[in-house]
Design a binder for this molecule. Sequence first.
Ligand code: CA
Length: 226
Amino acid sequence: MRILVVEDDERIAAFLVKGLRAEGYSAIVAGNGEDAEHLLERPLEPFDLVLLDLGLPTMSGEDVLVDLRRRDPALPVVILTARAEVGEKVRGLDLGANDYVTKPFAFEELLARVRAVVRSTNQPSASELAVGDLRLDLFTKVAQRGGRRIELAPREWALLELFMRHPTHVLTRARILSEVWEYDFDPGSNVVDVYVGYLRRKLNRPGLEPLLKTVRGAGYRLVDHT
Ligand code: CA
């Protein structure tokens, strides 16, 4: 397995490379964002994972990640960051990183995270849910129907993901409230029906049957017309 280590601190880079090689990984260092981009664009052999420092001299790790995700949505990325702030981690994950490790880190933990990320991404299309002509990419957060991109608000995404994980099953309002809104009671509102309505408007296409069916007295069901 080939790992690209993007790290400007030579001491940390050397430590990482030594440790990774001791574990049987092949590790290549890029000391700045520009070199990392160059290596990622024209690798002699493709990389299997990137360890990415966010605090780099000129081009930031965030910029490297954004450019990488445009070209390759699937290559696993683990962020290494001294920035322990929650906001930085959230931003890194939102930009498409698979995981992060905060410096200073225990090498054993880093290895465990690398293994976990590789495991989860090596299962073919583990990152994608597909029902009929609907696609949800859980890494890149892109929803499509028939190749056409659909913009979803976070709750709409969570609701559609729930339906797509249980295609053809009837999902009750209580279950949807519990899983999407984390309500274990009925707040007495029609929030589920309202959001199903939003989703229908976004998913439906003229001339095609609706994907979300109302099951009278029970709830809703995602149908697969294919
Ligand atoms: Ca750094």
